[in-house]
Structure formats: C-alpha cells, structure tokens
Design a binder for this molecule. Structure first.
Ligand code: R5P
Length: 317
C-alpha cells in the first residue's frame, strides 16, 4: 500500500443500548468531518455507530474504509462539507458508494453544512450551477436522501434528483441567548433575504426584529449595506445569519448598530466558516460574542445540532 502522510482512524464502538428507533432501524456512519456531532447523535438516539477509517495520501487523494456491517441496513452518513470542501465531498461520495457496494438498503446523508449551495444559479454568463453538479455526483454515489441545515437558498435543494430537505437551527441559537440571560434581544438580519432567520429568532427572543439592505457586487464580491432606521437604541441586538465567512457582513451591520445606539451587539450564525481575520474584525467592530453551531466544528461551536438532527432522524425512520 502507498505510503500515507496523514492517518485518522476512528475506533469502532458498538452500542449495547436499545435504540429508540427499534432493533434495526438505522445505523449512523461517523463521517470524518463530523465525528463529535455523529457521536452525539448516536448517544442521543441510541443508534449504533459504524466507524470510518480515512486516510489522505501524499498526493492529497482521499481513502475511506467502512469498519462495520451495513448489509440490509438503512445507514445515515453524518458528514459536513466545510473546508476542505472538495475532500469532504469526495469522502461523502466514497462512503455512500461503499455502503451501497456492501448492500446497504438505503443511504441518507446528513450534511450539516452543504458546500457550494451559494452557487445555486447562474449569476454571470459562463458560470456553473455548482450545487447542481454536486447533487448529480451525490446521486451517482448512491445517496438516496439528504438532510442539511439552513441551506443558503432553499431552491438549491430542488436541483437534487432525490428527496433533500433543510431544517433550521435558528431557534437553538436564539435559545443560547435566552440561557445567557440576554433579555428581549432585537433580532437583526443583515440581509433582507435572510429575514426569515430573524423572524424565527424573534419567536424565541420575544424582542423586535429588523433587517438591513445588502448589495453584493457579483464581480468583486464586495458588499454594501444600507442603514434604515432601527429601533435599537439602548437595546441588546443579536445579528443572525446563515453563514459568517470573511465577517464583512457582520462588521458592516455592527457598525450601523453602534451608530444607531445599540447597547450590546452579539452575532450568531449556523455555519461559522470565519475565514482568516474574521474573528478579529468582528470583535474589533464591537461585537461582544460570536456563536455558531457545530455544523462547522470550531471554538465558536457553542450550540450543537445533535438534538435537532436526532429529532429529524426520528421523523425519517
Ligand atoms: C450571504 O448572503 C450569506 O447569507 C452571508 O451573509 C454571507 O455568506 C456572509 O459572508 P461574509 O462573512 O464574507 O460577509
């Protein structure tokens, strides 16, 4: 076998406890990009785990090996597709194909962060619809159904040739602020298109809600935000977004909130990509805390998706 430069082995652990799903309902395949989350889901549901041995060869190619029996089983692969996106997507495809090769009855992919979902249409002549290509690849690999969390654009899921759904982690993120003791916070969407997110947060926070107008230059990627009047003077505000990437959107929103007299500014997102200096830029803009889920595992993953996804698996079974 070729020499390997990186090895990540996940040990097999067979649960003795009876699943809440019945004797043979499903098995959880622990994807290498979501080990902790998959283990939490297994603990919370009582579903048996199947581990995956993964390796990255010196040239960067991925290798996977299922370490458990999946014959006749409905398997649920938990594998997020955060960076390195392409490797994580290939691992997901390889795991699904291996499960089918070993006669799994059905393959459900739980992909908390779905890479390439932001390119769900052609914005400029000559572009690809990247998520459509990803969907075709996952179908070819043998995936029968997909569950993701707060996909950037719900229309992206219509491009899948098998059932694909998105669930929302916003109520869980909002509850974090209730538990922290932040009362009746103003829920702000930094973008009109994400207003549904702020509305969901408001039902938990019981404060006010608002949004900013954001414009993105499709050639440079630069965004600008317009300040409408917001009733935030002296209030605690949480800026909710699906993704924080470079932090530019949150920095712009925080600046407007400070100008309008907000007393405390926090931010919460489902997918905390936080590229480069994003954290520093956001904190320097006066944001007191950054909170994300474990869709992208990091030090900001203060809210786990495990309860939400465990619930969702019960609905699937
Ligand atoms: C875009 O519309 C998304 O909802 C986010 O607002 C965006 O991805 C955030 O990117 P950044 O952190 O680079 O401003």
């Amino acid at each position: 076998m070729a020499r390997l430069n990186r090895v990540h082995e996940v040990q097999v652990e067979t649960k003795q406890s009876k699943s809440q799903f019945g004797e043979t309902a499903m098995k959880i395949i622990v994807g290498p990009s979501s080990v902790e989350l998959a283990e939490k889901i297994s603990q919370q549901t009582g579903l048996e785990k199947v581990s995956v041995a993964t390796r990255i060869f010196p040239d960067g190619e991925s290798y996977v090996r299922l370490d458990g029996n999946v014959e006749g089983e409905h398997v649920v692969i938990v594998q997020t597709t955060c960076a390195p996106q392409d490797s994580h997507l290939m691992q997901l495809a390889f795991i699904a194909a291996t499960a089918k090769r070993n006669n799994a009855k059905k393959v459900t992919a739980v992909v908390p962060y779905l890479a390439y979902a932001r390119q769900d249409k052609i914005f400029l002549q000559g572009e690809n619809v990247s998520i459509e290509t990803v969907a075709a690849m996952l179908k070819a690999a043998g995936i029968d159904e997909l569950v993701t969390v707060n996909v950037h654009e719900a229309n992206a899921l219509k491009l899948f040739a098998f059932p694909a759904k998105t669930v929302s982690a916003i109520p869980l993120l909002a509850k974090y602020f209730i538990q922290k003791g932040v009362e009746k916070a103003f829920a702000l969407s930094p973008d009109k298109g994400a207003m549904y997110i702020a509305q969901q947060a408001r039902t938990v926070l019981q404060g006010e809600v608002g949004y900013l107008e954001k414009h993105r230059d499709r050639y440079t990627g630069q965004t600008t935000q317009a300040a409408s009047h917001l009733n935030v003077r002296g209030k605690s505000v949480v800026i909710f977004d699906d993704i924080i990437s470079t932090g530019g959107t949150i920095v712009g929103a925080a600046k407007i909130l400070r100008e309008q007299g907000a007393a405390h500014v926090y931010t919460a997102c489902v997918h905390g990509l936080l590229i480069g200096d994003a954290e520093k830029l956001i904190l320097n803009a006066g944001v007191e805390e950054i909170v994300s889920t474990d869709s992208v595992p990091s030090k900001y993953s203060k809210v786990s998706l495990a309860p939400l996804l465990s619930q969702e698996l019960k609905a699937l079974s």
